[in-house]
Write a protein that binds this ligand. Sequence first.
Ligand code: ADP
Length: 679
Amino acid sequence: MTSELHTFDTLLVANRGEIACRVMRTARRMGLKTVAVYSDADATARHVREADEAVRIGPATTRESYLNVEAVIKAARRTGTGAIHPGYGFLSENGNFVKALEQAGITFVGPPASAIAAMGDKSAAKARMANAGVPLVPGYHGNDQSDELLRTEADSIGYPVMLKASAGGGGKGMRVVESGSAFQAALEGCRRESLAAFSDNRMLIEKYLVQPRHVEVQVFCDYHGNGVYLFERDCSVQRRHQKVIEEAPAPGMTPALRTAMGEAAVRAAKEIGYVGAGTVEFLLDADGSFYFMEMNTRLQVEHPVTEMITGQDLVEWQLRVAMGEPLPCTQDELTISGHSFEARIYAEDPDQDFLPATGLLTRFALDLEGAGLNSDHVRLDSGVDSGDTVSMHYDPMLAKLIVHGSDRQAALATLNRALAALDVQGVVTNRAFLQKLANHPAFKNVELDTRFIERNEATLFAPRTYRLEAYASAALIGLHQLAQECESDSPWDRHDGFRVNAPHTIRIALCDPDSAQAAANDEAVVTVEGKRNSGDAHWNLTIGSETFTASLQPLTGDAVAVTLDGHRRRLQARRDGHVVVMTEPSGETRLFWRRIDAIDHGHHEAESTLTAPMHGTVVTLLVEPGVTVEKGMPLMVMEAMKMEHTMTAPVDGSVDTFHFQAGDTVNQGDVLLDFSPSE
Ligand code: ADP
């Protein structure tokens, strides 16, 4: 084929989210016009905002929009599109789509339909791979599907075995069988599942590897018969067969193993007449044996870690190959530099069994400078910006955080810093879970296999424990945030509250946000005693029998420095309702923050009125007018910025009149009630 046949100057990306944005970034750099497609749910999404042109292709449901072949082709025609990049998922491995594009005379940035079909059926793919001399997990993938034969095959492979739907994918129709006696029931279950999911109940059987690593090889082929491998990625850290953190190169690879796996992967691709970017997935056993698992005939989610260590732009390679050019590099010209990690940022709640989360992302930003990070080493591939809404219609992956370092240790340190510097507000994400993973000693020690998360569940999902320093910092930060929100009437600046050189005491109760409604004895109480000398604020914090001298210094953005007994630490601090959230490279700490003292309102000479300390709402009135109360008894509760403040009796006496009712809005300084001191 000649390159003229493939030339195009407009690229449509038939996808959404981070991958659509990422593909368009390279297309723009290469001087191509970019076209986005969108569903009704995505009319104002980031990929639409970033494209030169965008075309609506249907309602929110993917079947009617992003999976709608006709609508995508129509959009391509309307915009004079010469080529379509499918991203991953959606239509990327759909042979009918590829054929439809061929008929429409539009270039598909991906492999020929025949190559997709060859890898679509697991049994058929394995048979071809065996022919090409690619090692397979010992097993059976034949046509005879009788119960007796399958059982005999399983027995001779030796238990445990894995039953897999030949037509399967996405972890469906897959079961581990521990012994011969469990085989028949598992077979029947698997067949039912497979029939329901794929309208096909053919099974294959494999030896079940007990502690394999998932190591995959990036391959690339062009229309001129060239094929190379761009080394490997380790994607062993998975949750329910879904990758969570990926890295390149795979730790512990020997040059010989790398060459053997790379060459096997290129053989696999050539066997099926592959063109473009593909990934050959292998299981790597503890003894260094590797086995073909499947080939993904598209660009992978985790391709950036390969880009980081090779310095190549894989989307550029894809586009050049699609234009009919030869591969940009030969095998000998490709080298590995340093180490890279990718962490997938999902809108999901790890504490609620990873339930997908939705809502308004009030903030989504990465402050590299503030975290002392260099943009050469950190890349955020994001499909969202601050102000975007995360809907329930699509995959909850928001972005990918990708880092590079001179070696694994350096890259991991950068990953931890970058995760801490990522500021996400409004929607729950797995960020804290990623931090726990990335800080986990077993992960640092490269104790990797596909059951990593399962095996370390006890520590990854342990009930939270907090150090005293965390309570102390959170107490101080909560007060600081309150002060900022209430500005002039802050507990720090109130002349009557913290009088110069006069001690003042505030008590803060802190607890795990998930047990905020639980018994008060789970709380830690921090007593904050303030003393304001000339300008600088120093506090004594007491928790139980421990006392710290403490100070807080606001830095840029959300960053603050907290000094406890002379130990200064910088952290990102923000508030999520009543919860103080502190992020550091070592992880995220969330503490439910509650002020349990009375705000000292004894600042009116006559003590005959109480005024509102801030703008807010009246939550409830707690006493009847005329009833005698003792000094310190709660009279009414106000709320400001989602935090409650209790107004208490300044001295013994009684309330004459309340000037507001529950639900009323009050301005700072409003007289809330009239009070008569007794005697
Ligand atoms: P799917 O196509 O449904 O994703 P795969 O065949 O790719 O299924 O397997 C998914 C995951 O299941 C792998 O990443 C690996 O963790 C595990 N797995 C698959 N085959 C085996 C096996 N023979 N032994 C152990 N684990 C396996």
